[in-house]
Design a binder for this molecule. Sequence first.
Ligand SMILES: Nc1ncnc2c1ncn2[C@@H]1O[C@H](COP(=O)(O)OP(=O)(O)OP(=O)(O)O)[C@@H](O)[C@H]1O
Ligand SMILES: [Mg+2]
Length: 225
Amino acid sequence: MMVPLANSGFLELIEVAFSYPGNEFSLQGINQHFQQGEFTAIIGANGTGKTTLGKLLAGIIKPEQGQVLIAGRDSREISLGQVGKLIGYLFQQPDRQLFTPTVREEIGFALEFNGSSPEVIKKKVNDMLDIFSLADLAGAAPYQLSAGEKQRLALAALLVNQPQFLILDEPTTGLDPVRKQKLAEVLKELQGKGIGLVVISHDLSFIRSNADRVLVMAGGGLIAA
Ligand SMILES: Nc1ncnc2c1ncn2[C@@H]1O[C@H](COP(=O)(O)OP(=O)(O)OP(=O)(O)O)[C@@H](O)[C@H]1O
Ligand SMILES: [Mg+2]
């Protein structure tokens, strides 16, 4: 189905239900739109399903009932490769998305994969190393980085691809106050360029200073704060 709905969001949840086999947890009847240029925070207690919702929005898992629309396309009908061109997704444990021998290669990987020229790759990677204060670590092995450095590297590797929408699961984990402020500035700038943001977080002061709206996960549903 390729028909974008009138007044539709870039990401849409329509009567979404989801559960995992073998446990009691479930999400039900979730309806929500996420627009470009908007910063939406999702908060809620541990185990309420925030990460699950983020994965549904990123097309990593598919709803049991209802639909997730990504740029107007059903998440069941769009490949992860296609989603990856539209959406940047930061895992709650960024270790899971770091896999190259060096920091520099990690940031350049997707550009390399897409056939960008060496000059373009160098320029874009250097910009990211700069923005996320990783230049001194360009030759380091990602697995040896500190938690906050890994978090910044995972963000850099996402943003270098210029996604149209970002889903960030606990992006401030491990960041010191200076790096957190820098991240807030980077996200504001992206938002100004029309990029949509869904930020899952327990960091209420970060949310309060940056989000346009706050949604709460509770009781298997998503409600306005
Ligand atoms: N792959 C999985 N298989 C089975 N159950 C899972 C799986 N992932 C998560 N769950 C269960 O689903 C529920 C929601 O988990 P989820 O990770 O979405 O919560 P969360 O709100 O992100 O929590 P936190 O604040 O701790 O990150 C939990 O009860 C969890 O145990
Ligand atoms: Mg989580």
